[in-house]
Design a protein around this ligand. Structure first.
Ligand SMILES: C[S@@+](CC[C@H](N)C(=O)[O-])C[C@H]1O[C@@H](n2cnc3c(N)ncnc32)[C@H](O)[C@@H]1O
Length: 196
């Protein structure tokens, strides 16, 4: 998938870095709600797709796809592929892998985000749930280990802050094409436009 964005300086459409999120360690009974929040956060904050690795959860896929159908934009949901194959295939296509981890380079105090941007390559962002395999930290897997602060918190929060930093807030102003439901922002109350 190619992301194109208008460059106001050159007035030309240029390729921007695509982000796909890989969720590892999903436990259907325990993590259903949180994993759906991770996927919806990925979609709402500018990622173009979501890979639920190593496991299938049809209900989760339905939930996320229903949101995309109603609220628009392009966002794919894939599941079941082994994480090692997903990483291998991503790298074979020329992408880099960013692992979000409390132990990584701090997104605020290190130049890690600049380095990721300068690579110009598409990103596969790995987030865990339970303790991730040690291999995630190796240079065969992750090109960057990034911490959203070096305190433990949540995959959802880490992903949201990372995406917002990466896109510099622009993703929050983005329109979603072919939406059936659109919010009309209000100072108070709820207003939506619903297209059948
Ligand atoms: C709730 S944590 C659980 C981590 C697990 N207990 C362990 O020891 O690895 C789940 C995921 O949240 C993300 N995460 C949590 N805190 C983070 C931080 N400060 N920076 C980046 N990612 C973080 C990581 O992707 C992590 O795999």
């Amino acid at each position: 998938m190619e992301n194109l964005e208008q460059n106001p300086k050159t007035n030309r459409k240029e390729k921007t870095q695509e982000i796909v999120v890989l969720r590892w360690g999903h436990r259907p009974k325990r993590d259903a709600r949180l994993t759906s929040h991770v996927a919806l956060t990925a979609r709402a904050l500018g990622a173009s797709g979501f890979l639920l690795s190593d496991i299938e959860d049809k209900k989760l896929k339905e939930t996320v796809e229903k949101v995309t159908e109603n609220w628009g934009g392009k966002f794919f949901f894939e599941m079941g592929k082994k994480w090692k194959s997903a990483v291998r295939d991503w790298k074979a296509k020329g992408g880099i892998v960013v692992h979000l981890t409390v132990y990584g380079e701090n997104v605020q105090t290190s130049p890690v985000l600049d380095k990721i941007r300068q690579s110009g390559k598409d990103l596969l962002v790995l987030v865990g749930s339970q303790k991730v395999p040690g291999d995630f930290f190796s240079d065969e897997v992750s090109d960057f280990n990034v911490a959203v602060g070096n305190q433990p918190h949540s995959e959802c929060a880490a992903l949201a802050v990372f995406l917002d930093r990466f896109f510099g807030g622009k993703e929050l102003a983005k329109g979603f094409k072919e939406a059936k439901i659109k919010v009309v922002p209000q100072e108070r109350g709820k207003k939506t436009i619903v297209e059948c």
